[in-house]
Design a protein around this ligand. Structure first.
Ligand SMILES: NC(=O)c1ccc[n+]([C@@H]2O[C@H](COP(=O)([O-])OP(=O)(O)OC[C@H]3O[C@@H](n4cnc5c(N)ncnc54)[C@H](O)[C@@H]3O)[C@@H](O)[C@H]2O)c1
Ligand SMILES: N[C@@H](CCC=O)C(=O)O
Length: 515
């Protein structure tokens, strides 16, 4: 009997015991620095000459580890193994597959601080963010296991007197999971275990900046009883291994989360029917955001300022859900801006190994340079109110930055920066605020801070985003509570952590028997 789903609680690090536990795991994580990690294909560990090097973004001189790098030959080998494994894995009992996830979740829960410490080091996440990432990985396993149990008997369809009709779900085939570095554990794990529990086999290609956490997930799944060949670990270059697997005629589906640039490229390539290909590939493509918080004239400004500060600067703004645009009613614009600037100046930026860190580094040099370039653009387009500088002496640190008085169509208000930069613009009334909020090519998250019931209902209808929140920030969706995914150029809106998610990874089959 499976207990009802509830999300994994976050750790309270003000409790001495919890703080000491994480500190001990951070020390242990440092002892493991510099280790080598192989590929895993059909359970076989394969070491290659060429390596991906994973660095600590808060301390450039620290190498977290060296990960073997797949080439096209190894990708082909992994495809063959996954294809063969699918032939029997697709017929396995869904309960057995769900049990693997429940066991895997329990293993991670028992070693929670070990994983969280690893995320602090490999992802540069402050404790709170790293703990939430671990909790979300657990949630995905618990939630998708239960979803599979709910879906295993299909759904009721009508039958007539002379026939017996059924609709049930069958898996698709071999899927390619391509994951981002920002939710290095949760999204990587969720987009791997969902297809697996649905009866598919998977080739997992994690982000090259954060591959080691994916190896650790593989170890957990193996310990939980996942047979060899079901999930195969093939880290490698996006343009080499990624393109090869996306184009492969035996690829049945692609489960991608990442940037708009790479997502649209994959979507286009996957649409091309290759010689020998017998199906139309399914593409689940979740991409970026340019997420807005609207602040109404009749609203709690302190709540608004807190929500903006956390949504803009939590994990250095490196969330697809991060608030990068504020649209404020002109009557409260100056007051709100002053509050946010004051709070921004209080944000500390330091090594996330320290327990009191609010904001750590950005992920790497390319991200650092891109964000600082945008800051220069912002200085031309608006008024710099806070931040505006970086420090790369030790790691890739960018100070939380606020720009005021931007035009809604300025680059800072339109393009995904993926860093700790937020822009403010003014609206004369709520109608105009909604119009500005919708005026991007994305449609992922948004929030409205208001005490006006009519405006809540208006936004519910007209604010065109996949995840809309009222009187809170626009980040921190919880699996099973806030199914997550966006509209327009934010992606295919598959709603990760929601009741429809597994249906994207299976196909419904109707059978009708004459009586
Ligand atoms: N919508 C969501 O749920 C969601 C969640 C997290 C992150 N994101 C988005 O992800 C982006 C940040 O992540 P990122 O920098 O890792 O994104 P990215 O697009 O650079 O990389 C994502 C993955 O794609 C791989 N890749 C790169 N080129 C490829 C190719 N040609 N073929 C196949 N794979 C290829 C990368 O190696 C990585 O594993 C942001 O835009 C953010 O908004 C979206
Ligand atoms: N699901 C996360 C965002 C994932 C993208 O980076 C949130 O709701 O903040």
């Amino acid at each position: 009997m499976v207990t009802p789903y509830k999300h994994e609680p976050f750790t309270d690090f003000t409790i001495d015991e919890n703080r000491k536990a994480l500190e001990a795991e951070l020390k242990k994580a440092e002892e493991n620095f510099g280790k080598e990690y192989p590929l895993i294909i059909g359970g076989e560990r394969i070491t290659t000459e060429e390596k991906i090097v994973s660095y600590n973004p808060a301390n450039k001189s620290e190498v977290i580890g060296y990960v073997s790098k797949a080439n096209q030959d190894l990708a082909e080998k992994a495809m063959k193994v996954a294809d063969e494994t699918f032939e029997w894995w697709r017929k396995t009992n869904p309960e057995m597959r769900a049990d693997i996830l429940f066991r895997a979740a329990a293993i991670v829960r028992r070693r929670k601080h070990e994983f969280t410490a690893h995320l602090v080091k490999e992802g540069g996440k402050p404790w709170k963010e790293a703990d939430a990432d671990t909790a979300e990985a657990i949630d995905f396993m618990e939630y998708y296991g239960r979803q599979m149990l709910d879906m295993k008997n299909g759904v009721e369809v009508n039958s007539r007197e002379v026939e017996n009709n059924r609709l049930h779900y069958i898996p698709l085939g071999v899927g390619i999971t391509i994951s981002p570095w920002n939710f290095l554990f949760a999204i990587m794990a969720g987009t791997t275990v969902a297809p697996m529990v649905a009866g598919n086999t998977v080739l997992l290609k994690p982000a090259s900046t954060t591959p080691i956490i994916a190896y650790k997930l593989m170890e957990v799944l193996e310990e939980a009883g996942m047979p060899a060949g079901v999930v195969n670990f093939v880290p490698g270059s996006g343009s080499e291994v990624g393109d090869y697997l996306v184009d492969h005629p035996r690829t049945r589906f692609i489960n991608f989360t990442g940037s708009r640039e790479v997502g649209t490229r994959i979507y286009e390539r996957a649409a091309v029917v290759q010689p020998g290909q017998k199906w139309l590939k399914r593409s689940i493509i979740e991409m970026g955001g340019k997420d807005t918080i609207i602040v109404d004239d009749n609203s709690d400004l302190e709540l608004a300022a807190d929500a903006i500060t956390y949504s803009a600067f939590g994990f250095s703004g490196q969330k697809c859900s991060a608030c990068s645009r504020v649209v404020a009613h002109e009557a409260i614009y100056d007051d709100l801006l002053a509050r946010v600037v004051e709070k921004t100046k209080e944000v500390n930026v330091q090594d996330p190994t320290r327990h009191d860190t609010y904001m750590g580094p950005v992920i790497d040099e390319a991200a650092y340079n891109k964000i600082l370039d945008y800051i220069e653009v912002g200085k031309q387009e608006g008024k710099l109110m806070a931040g505006g500088t970086g420090d790369k002496s030790q790691g890739w640190f960018v100070h939380p930055t606020v720009f005021a008085d931007l035009a809604p169509d300025s680059r800072i208000m339109q393009e995904e920066i993926f860093g700790p930069v937020v822009g403010f613009t003014k609206a004369k009334d709520f109608d105009e605020a909604i119009e500005i909020a919708n005026n991007t090519e994305y449609g992922l998250t948004g929030a409205v801070i208001t005490n006006n019931r009519e405006h809540i209902e208006q936004a519910r209808e007209d604010f065109h985003v996949g995840n809309l929140y009222f009187n809170r920030g626009c980040t921190a969706a919880i699996v099973g509570y806030h199914p997550f995914g966006g509209f327009n150029m934010s992606g295919t809106d598959s709603k990760a952590g929601g009741p429809d998610y597994l249906s994207h990874l299976m196909q419904p089959k109707t059978t009708s028997e004459m009586l």
